[in-house]
Design a binder for this molecule. Structure first.
Ligand code: GLN
Length: 478
């Protein structure tokens, strides 16, 4: 049974009022991790001692101070590509196997100040590159609903931990769907914020023009609460817009009368499995029956989104990963006779196959002679995709779509076929290319394995996503 089957605000209120203690809550989360992790492989590092110490500090605070902390004593799992001072951060790579960051990511600072207690660092695809969590140096994470199945990726460990109910909240990063897709597979809610809403300082860069850190939880209200803590200005990240997010009870009224929900023809065509289609159709019917207007829309350029995304993200990754050269961070190969040999041996031994593939793809797309044909063209198509969304939002408030074309597959099923895996990102990458926010919430109409319903909204309108997501969450079983 899920221990954390209640909204975060209720658990925090119990800690604030002394009904329970932060220590007690931390112990229970740590015990659940200990019991559950052997089967799930969701955590790379468990922070038992530091979590207990922090929880005890919170318990010792004066009551007024506790009351000012919206996440007072709430256990938090953090994807292992987000810096936590003094705690090993691996990025699920041999390259950083023993790397200890000397500083906290800005979101970690904000969340800890609000009372969050970090209980562990979660598994992911190496450097967040993947859609199944199978590209991890520490082995795949396993789906809490069926351990033979993938969690999705790249934030697979965080999604598994939330989906299993062993932590009430977690952080992921989303460059092309890595929060929304694993949440879809594991039965959790997850938000990719508007690009620039949340500081990226301290999140290990994969593709800097696409990356965002975002919240993952069981309840849509928890997503809003976390975002309100995470958003805001940061002098360390010049792409952070400094727009705070003010959550409001109005987002959770359940009233969606007159709400315009766009249904893009391109997201419900061929390639969508019957299981996913069957889990989303009743949601659309239900929204309609509650007064929402379903509007047919078209996003003509999203058919190029996967190709565009893999050129842009790999180009940026090839530049960002250049820093792992054996000199400044982490792993250094032994036995080299020259500095060049040291670089190449370090990179050959330190990176796994998917990272190498992306570095090669990206370097090729950026090389002189190919730059115009690939990178520049992709950058132009990115603008067209962004314009598609701007046009669509003239006639609807949010867009509804699947998060993934299929429910979670079996571990190993697609491991040898990177292109098949890339195609799994078809519904998620466009939001990153356009910089708009996206939320995945579990469909109450899913059959066996969980299926996520994705909503996308115009920039800075996460409030609309929470409103739509909460309406889905409160439908009851369909
Ligand atoms: N699956 C996508 C990729 O492999 C997205 C990853 C992500 O969002 N970090 O690039």
């Amino acid at each position: 049974m899920k221990f954390f089957d209640r909204p975060i605000s209720e658990i925090a209120a119990d800690i604030q009022s002394g009904k329970t203690s932060a220590r007690d809550v931390a112990v229970r989360a740590l015990n659940l991790i200990e019991e559950g992790n052997a089967g799930l492989n969701a955590f790379i590092t468990v922070c038992r001692e530091s979590a207990l110490k922090r929880a005890e500090e919170i318990d010792a605070l004066p009551p007024e101070e506790k009351k000012s902390m919206p996440l007072c004593g709430i256990p938090l799992a953090v994807k292992d590509n987000i810096c936590t001072k003094g705690v090993r951060m691996t990025c699920a790579s041999r390259m950083l196997e023993n790397f200890i960051p000397p500083y906290d990511a800005t979101v970690i600072e904000f969340l800890e100040k609000a009372g969050a207690v970090i209980v562990g660092k979660t598994n992911l695809d190496e450097f967040a590159m993947g859609s199944a969590n199978e590209n991890s140096y520490f082995g795949p994470a396993r789906n809490p609903h069926n351990p033979a199945k993938i969690t999705g990726g790249s934030s697979g460990g965080s999604a598994a931990a939330v989906g299993a109910g062993i932590v009430p909240m977690a952080l992921g990063t989303d460059t092309g769907g890595s929060i929304r897709q694993p949440c879809s597979h594991c039965g959790a809610a997850g938000l990719k914020p508007t690009y620039g809403r949340v500081s990226r300082y301290g999140a290990v860069a994969f593709a800097s023009s696409l990356d965002q850190i975002g919240p993952m939880a069981s309840d849509v209200r928890d997503i809003g609460l976390m975002l309100s803590v995470m958003a805001g200005p940061d002098i360390h990240d010049s792409t952070c817009a400094g727009k705070p997010f003010a959550d409001s009870a109005g987002n959770y009224s359940g009233n969606i009368s007159g709400f315009r929900v766009g249904m893009p023809a391109e997201y419900f065509g061929g390639g969508l499995s019957e299981e996913v289609r069957g889990a989303i159709a009743p949601v659309i019917e239900n929204l309609k029956s509650r007064g929402a207007k379903i509007v047919d829309i078209s996003l003509p350029n999203v058919k190029y989104a996967v190709a565009t995304y893999y050129i842009i993200s790999s180009a940026e990754a090839s530049a960002n990963l250049a820093r792992y050269d054996g000199v400044r961070y982490g792993f250094r190969a032994e036995g080299a006779k020259s500095i060049l040999e040291m670089y190449s041996r370090t990179r050959a031994q330190g990176f796994g196959p998917e990272c190498k593939r992306r570095i090669m793809l990206g370097t090729y797309a950026l090389s002189s002679g190919y730059y115009d044909a690939y990178y520049l063209k992709a950058a132009r198509v990115r603008t067209l995709i962004t314009q598609d969304f701007t046009n669509a939002f003239n006639s609807c408030d949010v867009i509804i779509s699947p998060a993934s074309p299929i429910p979670a597959g079996n571990i190993g099923e697609r491991a040898g076929d990177p292109v098949q895996t890339y195609l799994m990102d078809i519904y998620t990458v466009s939001a990153n290319l356009a910089g708009i926010p996206g939320l995945s919430v579990p469909s109450p109409a899913a059959g066996g394995m969980p299926v996520g319903v994705q909503f996308m909204a115009p920039q800075w309108r996460e409030d609309l996503l929470l409103k739509a997501g909460y309406a889905v969450q409160t439908m009851g079983r369909l």
